[in-house]
Write a protein that binds this ligand. Structure first.
Ligand code: DC
Length: 225
C-alpha cells in the first residue's frame, strides 16, 4: 500500500491538499483531526472537562468511532451517529486539541488510523502522521503558513458556512492551538526529519497543488495518475 502523510498546524491547507491529491491519485483521504474532534464532541456533550485526562480516559470505553466513505467523502461516526457536521463547530477545535494531548486518546485512535493505511492507498493528514502513525509513508509533507494567514483562511471557511467569527479571537485560538499541539508530551506536532516543508503563506492553492502532485508522482512512481 502507498501512503502520503501531510502534517502541519491548523488551517495551513492540509485538507485542501490532501483532498486534491487523493482525487488525482485515486487514494482515500483520511482526515485524522476528525477522530480527535469526535472524542472532543463526546466529552463536550457529556459535560466533561476536555483537559481532564482522568475523566476523558474513563469515558473512552463508552465510545465507538468509525470512518466511512460516502461518495468518496469521509464521514465520521460516533456511536453509530454521523457527526461529520457537528465536529466542525468552532468550539470543537480546542476540545479536539485538548483531548489529543491525552495518551489514552492517542492510543485509542492509533490502530484505526494504521488500519486505514494497511488496507488502502491513503493520503492522511494530521499532526503526527509522518512522525508516529505512518513513519514509513512514501511521501511526507509538512505544510505551514503564518498564523495571520491561517486565521484569515479559517475566517473565510466559517463565513462560507454562514458562521460569523472574530478575526482576533481566531488568531489567538490558532496561536494557542499551535502551542498546545507543538508542546504536548506525546506525538507533538513537528516536522519529520524526512518531510518536505512547504510554506503556503504566499502561494496560491493551484501552485501548491501542482507542486505536491509533482512530488507525489516523483516519489510514488507508478501509481494511478
Ligand atoms: O486537523 P484538525 O484541526 O481537525 O485537528 C484538531 C485537533 O486534533 C488538533 O488541534 C490536534 C489534534 N490532532 C492530533 O493531535 N493529531 C492528529 N493526527 C490530528 C489532529
Amino acid at each position: 500500500m502507498k501512503a502520503i502523510a501531510i502534517d502541519g498546524p491548523a488551517s495551513a491547507g492540509k485538507s485542501t491538499m490532501a483532498r486534491y491529491l487523493s482525487k488525482e491519485l485515486q487514494f482515500i483521504y483520511v482526515d485524522t483531526g476528525a477522530l480527535y474532534r469526535a472524542i472532543g464532541l463526546y466529552c463536550v456533550h457529556k459535560g466533561i472537562d476536555t483537559t481532564d485526562g482522568q475523566q476523558v480516559t474513563a469515558i473512552l470505553n463508552e465510545v465507538v468511532v468509525e470512518l466511512k466513505y460516502v461518495e468518496g467523502e469521509q464521514r465520521v461516526f460516533l456511536n453509530g451517529q454521523d457527526v461529520s457536521q457537528e465536529i466542525r463547530q468552532p468550539e470543537m477545535s480546542m476540545a479536539a486539541s485538548n483531548v489529543s494531548a491525552i495518551s489514552a486518546v492517542r492510543e485509542f485512535l492509533f490502530e484505526l488510523q494504521r488500519d486505514m493505511a494497511r488496507h488502502n492507498n491513503v493520503v492522511m493528514d494530521g499532526r503526527d502522521i509522518g512522525t508516529v502513525v505512518l513513519p514509513w509513508a512514501d511521501l511526507k509533507i509538512y505544510l505551514t503558513a503564518s498564523p495571520e494567514e491561517r486565521a484569515r483562511r479559517r475566517q473565510n471557511e466559517y463565513a462560507q458556512k454562514g458562521i460569523e467569527t472574530d478575526y482576533d479571537k481566531l488568531l489567538e485560538e490558532i496561536r494557542q492551538r499551535d502551542y498546545n499541539d507543538q508542546h504536548r508530551l506525546i506525538a507533538p506536532l513537528k516536522k519529520a526529519e524526512d518531510a518536505i516543508e512547504v510554506d503556503t503563506t504566499h502561494d496560491n492553492m493551484e501552485e501548491t497543488m501542482a507542486r505536491l502532485l509533482a512530488l507525489a508522482k516523483e516519489k510514488l512512481g507508478n501509481v494511478a495518475v
